[in-house]
Design a binder for this molecule. Structure first.
Ligand code: CMP
Length: 139
């Protein structure tokens, strides 16, 4: 186990449905420390830059439109094995496949409007943290 930082986004669907506080409580209960947080309204270009790895996929246009449609909370979370642990707490991308007790099982609407994002690997976490919090320490 090692102390890691990961980037999470509480997405516009979860914010507009009023789930922000409940999702932060889940972070607390799993002992993630909030290192940084910012409420943002992404531009379409910012959403496209963040999800650049998905450019060309059939859902790219719709995803980046959705992600720039309303307020989202971007946060850096720290904890032991934070990257993989957060992915477990989030559940599968498609809420229909998410395990019971996970954030997406509780709060996601669909595979696109799926309540939360979390970095999937250390390299991705480094890129994503610096995308929203340039200058912050990565570890
Ligand atoms: P996220 O974890 O933020 O990473 C990429 C996002 O793309 C994902 O969550 C979903 O919001 C979205 N996504 C992934 N696969 C699909 C799909 N098949 N259809 C629509 N959106 C998708």
């Amino acid at each position: 186990m090692s102390l890691e930082r990961t980037l999470t986004i509480i997405k516009p669907d979860a914010i507009s449905a009023g789930h922000l506080g409940d999702i932060i409580k889940v972070f607390d209960s799993h002992r993630f420390k909030v290192v940084a947080a910012r409420l943002v309204k992404l531009s379409k270009a910012e959403a496209e830059g963040f999800y650049a790895v998905h450019r060309g996929k059939p859902f790219f246009e719709s995803l980046t439109h959705f992600m720039s449609s309303g307020p989202a909370m971007v946060m850096v979370l720290e904890g032991e094995s934070a990257i993989t642990r957060l992915r477990e707490v989030m559940g599968a991308t498609d809420p229909a496949k998410a395990a019971s007790g996970t954030i997406r099982k509780f709060y996601a609407e669909s595979v696109e409007r799926n309540a939360i994002h979390g970095s999937d690997a250390p390299e991705t976490a480094a890129f994503e943290i610096s995308y929203f919090f340039p200058g912050i320490e990565l570890q």
